[in-house]
Design a binder for this molecule. Structure first.
Ligand code: PMP
Length: 458
């Protein structure tokens, strides 16, 4: 049983909470790290230890932790009305303003916005819209959906079925039928000897086409992709990838949904990852930095093609029967709107571009370290490959638990890292300064050195 003092927050946590992404057995022993304060890009736990969060929480705290201005906006919105919904023609000004703002900054012409509370809900909504669209078009059999292996799109039943990580499926009897996964486009890991990046992209697009043909193009309705794969390990698309993939989608008339939940709002050095990598989606799912993570809110942007089909269904069927109690929540919408105002005021995208060279240089320099095989990144997102052998790119024996060792050494040095298997994904708060990038890199270097020391000493 727990060795924490009775009635301590740690013991009470263990007695009451189930934590996502956590080994529940191990949690009984190690207990929680209780985060109690935030200041800029730093968070402090209840014992007073302060960490630089290299992952901005879960890729989302774009403006860092603790925010007086957003707190005031939330307070006013809560005092004013606090809650209303969008059902049966009801509306609120914050949601209208937010939708208007999102449409004005969309990377491709978009027509309408659907608001929800999370990235999972956004992707679930988009799944249902693909099905709704093809039903409206008189092609109800066009309902299979394709995402990529190793992608993460959420934990709802549809969004986790889009997710391409077996560990999210196996023990739940998922994915749902009709959710398919094509190749993981990670050139460093999946590229063949002598294959150029362009050739690799061609092979990826061919694999997608083969999958579509094997299933029957008349049964495939939608394709999902993040511009940069986040929880897949901060994997950048190889050269020419989206151009070739989109040509296949066009050929077989398949709707394209860009999951911008991580990449949206400056992360890749443009407002949208779709701009950085030339995506022309029919729908966009966004969340996280939409409200600087200060309120749970997400948005699905849809183009005119999708919207017109929805209108047709209203003519035939009546009400559009999909939505959530908290769709268009006026407090969340007001905070999101203010967040986007702050982005404009601080010139967020310019700031990311100004910091990008330092971020890429200092983390890129880590490839000189014996434990690092590759670093790639853009804007303020990047992935670092931990390897046992730089030549063969082999990873360490699982039993050595190298990621856990690096993680522990990083925490000792006041750095929170986000591991995806043997990859470290970086997505610091977007307000990070050059000096703080230096701090992040030197703490990382210290953790890598200490881990190497452990490994050489055996
Ligand atoms: N899509 C992507 C790309 C994500 O990274 C995430 C969350 N990490 C989601 C969807 C799901 O978002 P949420 O956790 O808010 O449901």
């Amino acid at each position: 049983m727990t060795h924490f003092a009775a009635n301590s927050p740690h013991a009470r946590d263990i007695a009451t909470l189930v934590h996502p992404g956590t080994n529940l057995r191990k949690h009984l022993d190690v207990g929680p790290t209780i985060m109690s304060r935030g200041d800029g890009i730093y968070v402090s736990d209840d014992s007073g230890r302060t960490f630089l969060d290299g992952g901005a929480g879960l890729w989302c705290a774009s403006l860092g932790f603790g925010n007086e201005r957003l707190a005031r906006v939330a307070y006013e919105a809560m005092k004013n009305i606090g809650y209303y919904h969008l059902y049966r023609h009801a509306s609120n000004e914050a949601s209208i303003d937010l939708a208007e703002k999102l449409l004005s900054i969309a990377p491709v012409p978009m027509s309408k916005v659907l608001l929800q509370s999370s990235g999972s809900e956004a992707n679930d909504t988009a799944v249902k819209l693909v099905w709704y669209y093809w039903n409206a078009m008189g092609k109800p059999e066009k309902r299979k959906l394709i995402a990529r292996s190793q992608a993460y799109h959420g934990s709802g039943i549809a969004s986790v079925s889009l997710t391409g990580k077996p560990e999210f499926h196996a023990a739940f009897g998922l994915p749902l039928p009709g959710f398919l996964h094509t190749e993981f486009p990670h050139y460093y890991r999946q590229g063949r000897d002598g294959e150029t990046e362009e050739e690799f992209s061609t092979r990826m697009a061919d694999a997608l086409e083969q999958l579509i043909l094997a299933e029957g193009p008349e049964t495939v309705g939608g394709f999902w992709a993040e511009p940069v794969m986040g929880a897949g390990g901060a994997v950048l698309p190889p050269a020419g990838y989206f151009e070739k993939i989109q040509a296949v989608l066009k050929k077989y008339d398949i709707l394209f949904v860009a999951d911008e939940v991580i990449c949206g709002f400056g992360r890749t050095g443009n407002m949208w990852g779709s701009q950085t990598f030339g995506l022309k989606p029919d729908m966009i799912a966004s969340a996280k930095a939409l409200s600087a993570a200060m309120q749970p809110i997400s948005a699905v942007l849809i183009n005119e093609r999708v919207y017109q089909a929805m209108l047709t269904q209203s003519d035939r069927l009546g009400a559009f029967v999909h939505g959530y109690t908290y769709a268009g929540h006026p407090v969340a919408a007001a905070v999101a709107l203010e967040t986007l105002k702050i982005y404009d005021e601080i010139g967020l995208v310019d700031h990311v571009r100004a910091i990008e060279p330092t971020f890429l240089k200092l983390l890129g320099d880590m490839v000189d370290h014996p434990l690092v095989g590759q670093f790639r990144g853009c804007g303020l997102i990047g992935g670092l490959e931990i390897v046992a052998d730089k030549e063969t790119r082999a990873i360490h024996d699982k039993a050595l638990d190298v990621p856990a060792k690096i993680d522990a050494h990083a925490r000792e040095r006041g750095l929170i890292l986000r591991f995806v298997g043997n990859r470290i994904a970086f997505s610091p708060p977007l307000i990070i300064t050059e000096e703080q990038v230096g701090e992040m890199a030197s703490r990382l270097k210290g953790a890598l050195d200490a881990t190497l020391d452990d490994l050489t000493r055996g």
